[in-house]
Write a protein that binds this ligand. Structure first.
Ligand code: HEM
Length: 377
């Protein structure tokens, strides 16, 4: 079973081969001081460094501490291996300046220009209770219990300093971030992650994923920007749509995942190719055309999303969708223009609804024994 380092130049959980399971949580920070915030980040990093190595949180773990005190670790991962656990921390815009414009922690001047408030996109139906947050934690693992254990313990450690604002479980990855991985499928039944940025493409990763000193905020060098979108899929409607229409909407075949212009899964799409009557083989409104770098000034994203099903509604419809996560060097030239293009024109819009949203600056990794965020404070 995989064990990934917690300390290093970049945080794990970005270019790490996407694990099977997700527990993501966004937090509101309580009315605490700058020193208390730093203390929280230090405690979080120390616990994350242990848990990602398959160890218990705290000094004593689940059962080694004083009998009359609550255990240091909640215990449900006691007999489980690390299971590829990665824990990735991010800072939301409201950590820098809160809604009243106050500089709570003396870091307003350090807010990176790239950490913008996302604009309202056409047809957004965002719920406040599923959006925003001062801090976020992405826990990914191949075992759901290990991912949940991580979020649970970090939230317990934060008690009195930060509390969960919203959270999301994901049960199947919807992307590959390494060429060694097989392409998984999303809940529309299509392969997802074919044209994703892969960790092996180090030139593209450096160009499109990691922030650099030259980008403005020096403390973010080696970090990245995370955009999360909770996207509901109206799968009952989708499931009554013909295979031909489903493939037209995506612009790829459902079985092989090949572009509609021909070839196999990893063939480059040919957007100029036409069929009978001169109609383009890949529809003008197809998702792969509109999201392709050719249509977006060369912009790419490292996608790392997960499928979700949060129960059902009272009409017996599954509350299902895709919890979209993308990493990038600058959302102003990557997520925002791509999503604007999709929100206006994507044929898929009839079957999806964006209900939650978050943007976070994901600092560089911590040096051994230090903590994530040390470059800022
Ligand atoms: C590609 C599905 C939302 C950006 C794809 C592909 C599928 C897909 C099946 C083709 C395979 C691949 O290359 O991965 C979906 C579904 C979504 C969704 C079901 C929502 C429920 C989004 C959003 C964005 C996005 C919100 C960004 C704003 C991209 C990009 C590509 C892609 C950049 C690769 C294009 C290329 O380089 O060929 N998506 N997607 N997708 N999608 Fe999405």
């Amino acid at each position: 079973a995989a064990v990934y380092p917690f300390f290093g130049p970049n945080q794990s959980g970005i270019t790490t081969p996407a694990q099977d399971r997700l527990h993501f949580a966004s937090f509101d920070v309580a009315d605490i001081t700058r020193d208390e915030l730093v203390g929280l980040l230090q405690d979080w990093s120390a616990a994350a460094a242990l848990m990602t190595q398959g160890k218990q949180a705290g000094t004593y773990g689940a059962v080694g501490g004083p009998y009359d005190a609550p255990p240091d670790d909640t215990g449900e991962a006691l007999d489980l291996p690390a299971s590829g656990l990665t824990i990735t921390f991010g800072f939301g815009p409201t950590l820098f300046t809160d809604s009243s414009g106050a500089d709570r922690f003396g870091i307003a001047a350090d807010r990176p220009a790239a950490l913008v408030d996302l604009p309202h996109f056409p047809a957004d139906m965002l719920q406040d209770t599923l959006s925003g947050g001062d801090l976020c934690i992405q826990a990914c693992s191949d075992d759901p219990q290990v991912a949940v254990h991580a979020i649970r313990n970090l939230s317990r450690i934060a008690f009195g300093r930060a509390s969960i604002r919203w959270s999301q479980l994901g049960f199947g990855r919807t992307s590959s971030t390494s060429r060694a991985q097989q392409t998984p499928r999303n809940l529309f039944g299509f392969k997802d992650g074919t044209a994703n940025i892969k960790s092996e493409d180090t030139g593209v990763v450096d160009d499109q994923v990691w922030a650099s000193k030259a980008d403005g905020a020096a403390w973010m060098a080696g970090g990245s920007y995370l955009v999360a979108r909770k996207i509901r899929m109206t799968i009952e409607t989708w499931d009554r749509t013909s295979l031909r229409e489903q493939e037209r909407i995506i612009g790829r075949t459902k079985g092989e995942g090949a572009p509609y212009s021909g070839g196999t899964e990893f063939s480059e799409p040919d957007f100029a190719a036409t069929g009978q009557g001169g109609a383009p083989l890949i529809d003008e409104a197809a998702h792969v055309r509109l999201s392709h770098p050719d249509q977006n000034a060369g912009a790419q994203l490292l996608r790392r999303g997960y499928n979700f099903v949060d129960g059902n509604d009272d009409l017996g419809r599954l509350n299902a969708g895709l919890f979209f996560i993308a990493y990038q060097r600058d959302p102003r030239t990557q997520f925002i223009p791509i999503q604007m293009n999709l929100a206006k024109n994507d044929a898929m819009n009839e079957y999806i609804r964006h209900v939650g949203s978050g943007i976070f600056a994901v600092p560089p990794g911590a040096a051994s024994g230090s903590y994530v965020g040390a470059t800022l404070f």
